[in-house]
Ligand binder design. Structure first.
Ligand SMILES: Nc1ncnc2c1ncn2[C@@H]1O[C@H](COP(=O)(O)OP(=O)(O)OP(=O)(O)O)[C@@H](O)[C@H]1O
Length: 356
């Protein structure tokens, strides 16, 4: 079997006795994009710097195509690792033209063709003789991508590469970058703190917290089967309803929830995203009948409703304990504050986590 393009095994790094990377392992295959996703300070960039070879790990190993690149005694220098880098502040050389920037790391006869092909791929051919300061931020980013890919790196490391760009442009450049990276078959390790960016770019997401990878998988799986409450909350606003387990069931105002394998007496959080709450109208103080899919309805009063563009966000104060729950509804639904409404929770979209 082919070894993975990049294999990171049990990497540990401490700064001043504090473990900022704690036993991180992951693999990336050619043509695959893996995102290290997590809040600021969780150790993403340090992990990337260790792979790049500009930082040394305390323990653990890195292999590229099955060959050892570094452990705690042996170390291939950064330029010998076949790795391309793209960082937010990774500036182009201001005194070189676009073409010369891209050609910078290239030798040999076919370098002209390579520069031409890459500039074509990133849609920048017509700027070949311009200087970086004549280009917009997005154009510079495209050239930086071409430059990083020019020597055909086996692995591309990207650290928040799009964060200097404004929103709309960022979406376009992300998509274009992804197309180019896929067409080159490069293995990509991308660091970001933005779940939206990870969902958009990644084949696989490694969710990091306090130096550890807490969950790893395809974006769909991580979003729909988060490991704990914090993992669920990292991707969207969440609603939390608390309960206590008795006989593998939790009683709540929304009916009973299964809590298999959770010991009696355990307090649990039932977590649901706002778009998975169902709203129904009040019929003289009565709500919809219970169903196996959605459980029982509980009543609340609209506090406020806001139009969000593609959806509307409705905040309700619940009769049963005065807590606020948030529901999003596609398109336009803007009930007046004070309107009584009934909420139901889609059972297949609820997560039950023991409280820690
Ligand atoms: N050279 C260093 N010396 C001491 N502490 C460091 C050093 N580099 C990083 N750290 C600390 O290690 C922790 C992890 O930093 P790192 O940059 O890897 O996090 P991150 O997840 O990439 O966050 P951000 O997105 O903010 O860069 C931080 O608390 C940081 O202050």
């Amino acid at each position: 079997m082919q070894p993975p393009r990049l294999q990171i095994s049990n990497i540990v790094k401490e700064f001043g006795g504090r473990r900022v990377v704690d036993d991180v392992s992951l693999t990336v295959s050619p043509g695959q994009v893996t995102c290290l996703l997590g809040p600021s300070g969780c150790g993403k960039s340090t992990t990337l710097r260790i792979v790049a070879g500009v930082e040394m790990q305390g323990s653990g190993t890195i292999h590229v195509d099955g060959a050892l690149v570094c452990d705690t005694v042996y170390r291939v220098p950064p330029e010998g690792r076949g790795i391309g880098l793209m960082f937010q502040d990774f500036a182009l050389f201001p005194h070189l033209t676009v073409g010369k920037n891209v050609a910078f790391g290239l030798k040999g006869r076919d370098s002209k063709t390579r520069v031409h092909d890459l500039l074509d791929k990133v849609g920048m051919s017509r700027f070949v003789d311009e200087y970086p300061q004549q280009l917009s931020g997005g154009e510079q980013q495209r050239v930086a991508l071409a430059r990083a890919l020019a020597p055909r790196p086996r692995i591309m490391l990207m650290d928040e590469p799009f964060s200097g760009l404004d929103d709309r442009l960022r979406d376009d450049i992300r998509d274009e970058t992804l197309d180019v990276l896929k067409s080159e078959g490069t293995a990509v390790l991308l660091v970001t703190h933005e779940p939206g960016e990870a969902m958009r770019m990644a084949d696989e997401i490694a969710l990091m917290r306090d130096g550890r990878i807490v969950q790893q998988g395809a974006p769909y799986n991580i979003y729909n089967a988060p490991k704990d409450r914090a993992a669920a909350a990292f991707f969207s606003d969440i609603n939390v309803i608390s309960g206590r387990v008795q006989g593998a069931l939790t009683d709540t105002p929304f009916g009973q929830f299964l809590a298999p394998g959770v010991p009696d007496g355990t307090e649990v959080d039932i977590v649901i995203r706002p778009q998975h709450i169902k709203i129904d109208f009040d019929r003289d103080g009565r709500g919809p009948n219970p169903t196996p899919e959605d459980g029982s309805a509980a009543r609340g009063t609209v506090q406020r409703a806001r139009f969000m563009g593609a959806s509307s966000l409705v905040e309700l104060r619940m009769d049963f304990d005065g807590s606020i729950l948030r529901a999003t509804v596609p398109s336009v639904f803007l009930p007046q504050p004070g309107t009584p409404l009934w909420l139901m929770l889609r059972r297949d979209r609820c997560f039950v986590f023991p409280q820690s």
